[in-house]
Design a protein around this ligand. Structure first.
Ligand code: AMP
Ligand code: MG
Length: 347
């Protein structure tokens, strides 16, 4: 369970905004304009999100970004009866109208399913529900229930185009693996459209930045969460990019001494047991990093490395169940680990 967010549930839909002069560490070399620091928070997509923007356009930019995030949540929530995804999931096999945003994300998720050889599968929702990951009412489904539910999955069952989407009765989808990254991209776009050139978006631990450096000229510093405890295993210095992490620690339950984690292997319908404790993907596009952090976690170390070797403009930090840290060569120099066992992955 995302315990750390429980206390902020009451903030759903509420944006808190404030502006002030940046503190000295952030503003030592800043111009007068950059000295203004605004921040806003919102609870959306089951997570607490904060945006910090520098410069005089920050406040307006944050308001626009928050509106985008809220709009997308309303489209993609699986529990809001008015959302497009809820409507699709309850369509009983009839075609439903969808917005351009939903059509685009569905097409992207389908494409990523094939690119990741099935590791990303947005039609796993009924299986996730059987495990209780959608409600927090956890249970271990029996083999026959999982097999029956797996019969209903398959992205090839989705038809999408011309403002409409269709899934057959008994197939249900959930965009949880890609929505936050996509919302981050939309929020960053809204900030930029309002003239913001320097900002940090923290969408429940998924980081997206605007600007190749902070106003003081230094790189953004992103902590890489320790999947085995509190705190970080190191810090990554980045320019403008998305840094998105998937890990079993984000949502799990224990039954009879066994830990069950929320990312499922679409082949088995059971929690992925690939030997990875967390996967961080660094790249330009939030939705791509989000799709990949989930699916590379399912694939495991070797297949994730193979995927990376075939890719461009992507970097990764993988942490294995035995505590090994694997960093791709493109970011190795920018990573300051707090641990010893770091391996650099080469092309
Ligand atoms: P993320 O935090 O981006 O890794 O997304 C994890 C969420 O995606 C889970 O909480 C589920 O809602 C959903 N999910 C779990 N396993 C998969 C999978 N293999 N493919 C697509 N979505 C998944
Ligand atoms: Mg993801």
């Amino acid at each position: 369970m995302k315990k750390k967010y429980a206390a902020v549930v009451l903030l759903t839909g509420v944006l808190m905004l404030n502006s002030c002069a940046a503190n000295n560490s952030d503003s030592s070399k800043a111009t007068v304009t950059d000295d203004i620091k605004s921040s806003g928070s919102v609870f959306a997509m089951d997570t607490y999100m904060t945006i910090t923007a520098y410069g005089q356009n920050g406040k307006k930019g944050i308001e626009a970004a928050q509106k985008e995030i809220t709009k997308l949540e309303k489209l993609w929530s699986v529990t809001d009866e008015n959302s497009e995804i809820y409507t699709l999931d309850h369509s009983g096999g009839t075609e439903v109208p969808v917005s351009a945003e939903t059509e685009e994300l569905l097409n992207f998720a389908i494409d990523m399913h094939w690119q990741t050889k099935g590791a990303l599968d947005i039609t796993l929702y009924p299986v996730l529900r059987a495990w209780g990951f959608t409600t927090g009412e956890y249970c271990v489904p029996d083999d026959s229930e999982i097999s029956a539910l797996l019969e209903c999955k398959g992205v090839e069952r989705i038809s999408v185009g011309n403002g409409k989407a269709y899934i057959p009765k008994n197939t249900e989808i959930d965009l949880g693996a890609v929505a936050k990254g996509c919302a981050g991209d939309a929020a960053a776009k809204a900030l930029k459209e309002h003239g913001v050139t320097s900002a940090l978006l923290d969408l429940g631990g998924n980081i997206q930045t605007i600007g190749d450096a902070k106003p003081d000229g230094t790189k953004w510093k992103v902590g890489i969460r320790d999947p085995f405890g509190e705190g970080s295993i190191g810090t990554l210095a980045v320019g403008e990019c998305a840094v998105i992490t998937s890990g079993g620690y984000e949502r799990f339950f224990e039954k009879d001494g066994v830990i069950y984690k929320h990312i499922l292997d679409p082949e088995t319908g059971r929690p992925a047991d690939s030997g990875l404790a967390s996967v961080t993907v660094i790249g330009k596009e939030g939705r791509l990093c989000d799709a990949l952090s989930t699916s590379l976690y399912v694939m495991g170390l070797d297949d994730a490395c193979a995927y990376w070797r075939d890719s461009v403009d992507l970097e990764m930090i993988l942490i294995s169940d035995d505590g090994g840290v694997y960093v791709t060569e493109g970011i190795a120099e920018n990573f300051s680990p707090k641990v010893e066992n770091v391996t650099v992955i080469e092309r």
